[in-house]
Design a protein around this ligand. Structure first.
Ligand code: G6P
Length: 614
């Protein structure tokens, strides 16, 4: 994972780098560092264990001058989080400083070779091997930096987005990418480098996304140049991005996560805009319409995803199977890629990813594509690797999600999956016009109903205080709300560090019921739907064993609300869209419990938002 930033131009680099790192901290935050070529042409490298704010404080008395620099915020893969293992890493000659996001898989072989040549290593990272390899190529072959990087990368197996500077040449930054994202911002006589566009939008909207095995040369006073490993110059595709700064700030909320939870009604409106046409009784996802023949031919659909996106996929399966009558298989991307899957021509693979950069999801897509499947991406981050590596797809358009625990991306993904199912169902004729009209009318009201669901915030904040004692939680749901139970449990685990399990309610009696005692909080999603009576029995089973039931019920519920210890009333909607409502209180509950416990909600320990390593 990790976030990387770089700058070369005429402004002071340090403030730009620090601001950029803060925007990228969602990618990892266990250590941070910066390298600057100072006005007096020194290579100054500063590193700390911990967050970017710590780095900023630690350099107050240091020389932070310079108009060229690179910086890094880390999520440890090789080597524990520590100052020594933090990036940038400096080469043995003392001339080069390098930052890297990714994993060098053959670092051991390279390290041994370099040790034989007399190189020694201070850190336990794979990145230090990379900088020494480039140093070795450069010094032993008397090469310029670009050639040394190009030749070194030919020997490297693995993933990287890297930037390297050389104090003997203060007018140049070399960057390269393979399987880890890298964006270059083009300003007036200046360049910006970052893992995604968020650190760049403040300065320019012109960007170039590097492709695999691209090497870019950022030189003062010269246009951007990109070459491949054989030194062939490549054509540049300069894109204009449409991110605004307001979307990247907290906007008065104490945490990004809370802001993002509250943004959901507006986000879903953006997601549905122009696509949901209630009066015409249709939904138009252009990617589905453009490829309807392929989709209509599909004998089955496989959805690959990780984490929260995988939970959205489980809801997607039910939606597509119900409305389109096409069998759907949901796979963890990380398992799929190594399972020698039966996949090929005639299969549709839908990959779901908020970031568009999850390494396992990308690898699953690549594998399925090689075997001839047609790939449809559902993604949030515009211009990221998933949309660029799929045959077609739909953006969820919920804006940048900064909080590490995914919230609005989940409801955006479910919304797109529902629209996909309904678009295809209409084309396929597997949904009756009256049924379509009913769900579309309901769909339109979802943002308002979400707002009502958000009104439970204060009730949930006070209820959450009661449960900070808990070390375990169970979440139960059925049908469309079973994946919501999984997602509720995941949210709690991620940010409050309380162990939680999501389970299909009826399965409880095959195991988890043994865990229930007076201490065990059990969240039951029991809104009015076809399985309500069954859920009622499940609630009774828990109460009979003195568990503490927190029930999500529909407004006006008179049965479960009488038995449960705590009741959260939610607006009613149709079964297929219920997850868009029932998810909200579970997000709020995880948030408030974590806040009560004093946890770092936006940057929980050990996690990162964009998992670009497998
Ligand atoms: C990480 C994040 C999760 C996310 C998962 C998949 O684990 O912390 O919030 O659901 O990656 O990410 P993606 O960007 O592919 O949806």
């Amino acid at each position: 994972m990790c976030g990387i930033v770089g700058y070369i131009g005429s402004r002071d680099a340090f403030p730009i780098l620090i601001k950029g790192l803060k925007r990228l901290e969602y990618r990892g935050y266990d250590s941070a560092g910066v390298a600057l070529l100072s006005e007096s042409n020194h290579l100054n490298v500063y590193k700390v264990k911990g967050k970017v704010s710590g780095l900023e404080e630690s350099v107050q008395k240091e020389d932070i001058s310079g108009t060229i620099g690179i910086a890094h915020t880390r999520w440890a893969t090789h080597g524990e989080p520590s100052k020594i293992n933090a990036h940038p890493h400096v080469s043995a000659s003392g001339k080069l400083a390098l930052i890297h996001n990714g994993i060098i898989e053959n670092y051991n072989v390279l390290k041994e070779r370099l040790q034989q040549k007399g190189y020694s290593f201070t850190s336990s990272t794979d990145t230090e091997v990379l900088v020494q390899l480039i140093d070795y190529m450069k010094e032993s072959g008397k090469l310029d930096l670009l050639t040394a990087v190009r030749l070194a990368l030919r020997e490297v197996v693995g993933a990287y987005a890297l930037a390297i500077i050389d104090y003997t040449n203060p007018d140049e930054v070399i960057v390269a990418r393979k399987s880890s994202p890298l964006v270059i911002g083009i300003g007036e006589n200046e360049f910006f480098i970052a893992s995604d566009a968020t650190p760049i939008v403040e300065y320019t909207d012109k960007v170039v996304y590097l492709e695999d095995e691209d090497i870019a040369i950022l030189k003062r006073g010269e246009p951007l140049k990109v070459i491949d490993f054989s030194n062939e110059e490549l054509n540049l595709e300069v894109q204009t991005i449409e991110l605004n700064l307001g979307q990247l700030e907290k906007g008065g909320y104490p945490h990004f996560m809370l802001k993002e939870i509250f943004e959901q009604p507006d986000c879903l409106r953006d997601c549905m805009r122009g696509r949901l046409r209630v009066e015409e009784n249709e939904v138009i996802l252009s990617a589905v319409m453009d490829h309807k023949d392929k989709l209509l031919e599909a004998k089955r659909i496989i959805i690959v995803a990780c984490g929260t996106s995988w939970h959205a996929a489980l809801i997607g399966r039910q939606l597509i199977e119900h409305y389109c009558r096409i069998p759907v298989q949901v796979e963890y991307a990380s398992e799929f890629r190594y399972s020698n899957p039966v996949v090929g021509g005639g299969d549709i693979v839908i990959s779901i990813s908020q970031s568009g950069e999850t390494a396992d999801t990308l690898a699953a897509v690549e594998l399925a594509r090689q075997r001839g499947a047609f790939i449809y991406g559902i993604c949030n981050a515009v211009g990221s690797s998933i949309p660029r590596n799929t045959h077609t797809g739909s953006y969820i358009h919920v804006g940048p999600e900064i909080g590490v625990a995914s919230t609005k991306a989940f409801t955006g993904q479910v919304t797109v999956l529902a629209m996909l199912a309904l678009t295809l169902a209409k084309v396929k004729g597997t949904v009756k016009p009256e049924e379509l009209q009913e769900i579309l009318k309901e769909f339109e009201t979802i943002p308002e109903k979400m707002k009502k669901a958000l009104e439970t915030n204060e009730q949930i904040a006070s209820l959450s205080k009661t449960f900070t004692y808990a070390s375990n939680f169970i979440y139960l749901g059925r049908g469309y709300n079973y994946p919501v139970a999984l997602e509720g449990a995941l949210k709690l685990k991620e940010i409050s560090y309380i162990h939680a399990e999501g389970y299909p309610a009826a399965e409880m009696k095959h195991g988890p019921i043994a865990l229930i005692d007076t201490e065990m909080p059990v969240v039951v999603i029991a809104t009015h739907n076809s399985l309500y009576e069954k859920l009622l029995s499940n609630v009774q089973e828990i109460k009979a064993r003195k568990g503490k039931v927190i029930a999500l019920v529909s407004e006006g519920d008179e049965t479960i609300s009488k038995i449960a210890d705590y009741c959260i009333e939610l607006p009613k909607t149709v079964e297929a869209l219920d997850p868009l409502i029932t998810t909200i209180p579970l997000q709020l509950m995880a948030y408030h419990i974590a806040v009560c416990k004093g946890k770092d909600v936006d940057q929980p320990r050990n996690l990162a938002k964009s998992v670009t390593v497998e």
